[in-house]
Design a protein around this ligand. Structure first.
Ligand code: ADP
Length: 362
């Protein structure tokens, strides 16, 4: 049985499409991350599920209970859905304890034990319970908001960019803590984010949205390594695209002969590799791999971005000379002008014929 089933959900604001024909189901305990460019309908989709907006058409069923159909709509406060917004949205006039216990029947004093348990679950020391929201850091405020949302024992937790106001280190810590808490509580969750790294490390299921529609949905690494088109590929991280000739499970391209993820493609194809699939050998050798020269080197902290000009193909080759951008550890980055050999690790993903590029907008 699905924990959540959305069927043909559509929503418009003043006639403009925000969510278009969205259909998917989630298994109990799944963590779905939705990514997509700003304005593609992520927040609207969350608001439809939460009950803050009523869809124009479509149905929402949660744990076999219909929340929205053509004839009914369960109000937001009766849906048993937790919502964690970007800023935590704590009540400024209530203490941390009162914020966590807000939805509990009875007084904060009577609920003390339960509030302390929830605070512990989100790693807030008991000394913080007496504080006011403005006396907390951004990360601590988000922990309080999470504890408050968990207090409702939600069947589904919606997380709308809840880490975006936090700095990088804290962001990763908070994300890991939330995953742990959701796992322990067995709560199904949906995270909206524009940060692909965050999505890939949070999700058991990943969805890419564009123009109100679901573009692709599946296992996170499946989408990362086998995206449906170039836009989805680049949305999920850096990618290298090359024209190639496919035959019997291999693609021959400017980088040599590379095994393909699926053997089905044949003839002219466009292939995708992730930059981490390239290994740069500082010795130029023509025996294995492709020869290249480092033409640019941009240090960026622990890593260095180098631009490689692949050696011009032999006369008669159908592949043109190509430049590639690759990230390598700074300590191992070859100097500009040096000659190297490029080896490909793993398989390439065939994305259709070279003439068939992605649609112009997501
Ligand atoms: P995202 O969360 O992916 O950035 P949104 O769901 O916020 O996207 O917005 C989807 C589209 O709906 C955008 O074009 C946005 O301008 C529009 N939109 C969102 N909220 C409203 C609103 N309350 N009134 C009118 N248009 C809105």
């Amino acid at each position: 049985m699905s924990a959540l089933q959305l069927s043909h959900l559509c929503h418009r604001y003043n006639g403009n499409i925000a969510v278009e024909d969205v259909t998917f189901s989630l298994a109990p305990g799944a963590r779905l991350a939705i990514v997509g460019p700003s304005g593609c309908g992520k927040t609207t989709l969350m608001r439809l599920i939460a009950g803050f907006e009523l869809p124009h058409t479509g149905t929402i069923v949660m744990d076999a209970r219909t929340l929205v159909s053509a004839s009914e709509s369960v109000p937001a406060h009766l849906r048993n859905i937790g919502y964690l917004p970007q800023d935590g949205a704590l009540f400024p006039h209530l203490s941390v304890a009162a914020n966590i216990g807000f939805a509990m029947p009875g007084s904060t004093k009577a609920n003390r034990r339960h509030i302390e348990e929830l605070a512990e679950r989100v790693s807030l020391p008991p000394t913080m319970l007496a504080r006011w929201p403005h006396e907390l850091s951004g990360g601590q405020q988000q922990r309080v908001a999470l504890a408050r949302a968990l207090a409702q024992k939600p069947a589904l937790m919606l997380l709308d960019e809840p880490f975006s106001a936090l700095d990088t280190g804290l962001r990763a810590n908070m994300r890991n803590a939330v995953v742990e808490v959701l796992n322990d509580a067995g709560v199904t969750a949906i995270l909206v984010t524009h940060d692909q790294q965050e999505a890939l490390s949070f999700a058991t299921v990943l969805a890419v949205m564009g123009n109100g529609r679901l573009r692709q949905m599946g296992a996170p690494m499946d989408l990362y390594l086998r995206p449906d088109d170039e836009q989805i590929a680049t949305f999920l991280g850096e990618a290298i695209f090359l024209d190639a000739q496919a035959q019997e499970g291999y693609a021959t391209c400017a980088l040599g002969k590379i095994p393909l993820c699926t053997a089905a493609a044949s003839g002219q194809v466009r292939i995708m590799l992730r930059p981490e699939q390239l290994r740069i050998d500082p010795i130029e050798s023509s025996a294995l791999g492709a020869r290249a020269q480092v033409v640019r080197r941009i240090p960026c902290g622990s890593q260095c971005r180098i631009t490689l000009a692949l050696a011009p193909p032999s006369s008669g080759s159908q592949f043109s000379a190509t430049c590639l951008d690759v990230l390598v550890p700074e300590a191992l980055a070859p100097v500009t002008g040096s000659r190297v050999t490029v080896h490909v690790l793993g398989r390439a993903h065939g994305m259709g014929s070279p003439g068939k590029r992605s649609p112009s907008s997501p």
